[in-house]
Design a protein around this ligand. Sequence first.
Ligand code: FEO
Length: 397
Amino acid sequence: MFKAVEVKKNFFWVGVIDWNIRDFHGYNTIRGSSYNSYLLLDEKKVLFDTVKKGFEEELLSRVSSVISPEEIDYLVINHIEPDHSGGFLKIVEAIKPEKIFLTRNGKIGLEAHLHRADFPFEVVTTGTEIKTGQNTLQFIETPMIHWPDSMITYIPEMKILVSQDAFGQHLATMERFDDEVDACILQQETAKYYANIVLPYSPQVQRLLKAIKEKGISPEIICPDHGVIWRKKAKEVLDLYEKWSSYKADLRVVVIYDTMWKSTEKMAKAITEGIQAEGVEAKLFRVNLSDWTELMAEIMEAKGLILGSSTLNNNMLPTMAGFTTYMKGLRPRQKIGAAFGSFGWSGEAVKHLNQVLEKMGTELVHQGLKVKYVPDAKALEDCRQLGKLVAKKVKEA
Ligand code: FEO
């Protein structure tokens, strides 16, 4: 019923599309996702990764449109997170592979998930090569992109990189290739995916990109475990990962705030005017009305970050506390920023926001701007000056 999609002669996409997922461990997947598996036909037939539990039949059906699932000899487990291994038991039962290749951490992790060890696991490391006939599987361990078990597989004869989570996008679509979907949506979803999944592991991404270069790997096709396959823009997405993993960002300042009685909001708007007056793009978001997943992409792509909150019970507003906890965990780096907020009698929010920014290694250009109750004309001018100051520093950076 379901059809495999040919990526290249003897190499097929046999994954599944999840049109309805909207929450991927806190990531708002507003455009759904896909769990990609791939099939290599050679003297040995190889399946790369399984799918999320509940989608096994769709995968097997796509395989069956090309070969009988029992003809598969090898299973490569590039990553064990349940969106790729939840269907492992059913798939293994159906294909009965001769060997299952995975990293040492993959074996430990999968056994801890399944509480079984009776599988034909064969542990591989960076440098392990397996001949499948005409082709070779070259494994490269990529710990923490995305979990400790992760690895990628390169097939040099086909110039195909099977990259598991790396280079993915949470994007459900009937189209399978980068050149078939709207370029702006693809760019947006690739950035959101990096900002919300990969960003904390940017040092590891840098090491991976270096290793790829040193090994002379220049993939023509990149096959991630989510979203569309990169066949026309493989170089472009490698360049984007180079940019994001080295924390390069655009000439823009993002202002994120929440407000109790609109005083902090008045400050926020005056700050954005100051930023714009310096010729720098400003974007303003009230946190409780914004999608956190999209905010992270905005933060990643902007050089400047200004946070604001009213003070409530000696602290920042709970909405800002929640968001900043999420943001800190994703470790954006090399920002230029400041904090602001109005208060009634104690005014600790700015201090706490400064601490958040400092913990992220942000270059603070101001001690923090506090306004008692409602900002008057002078206070609003101070806000504009704060915006200008951040914008100037961003231009110099
Ligand atoms: Fe797509 Fe880390 O799982």
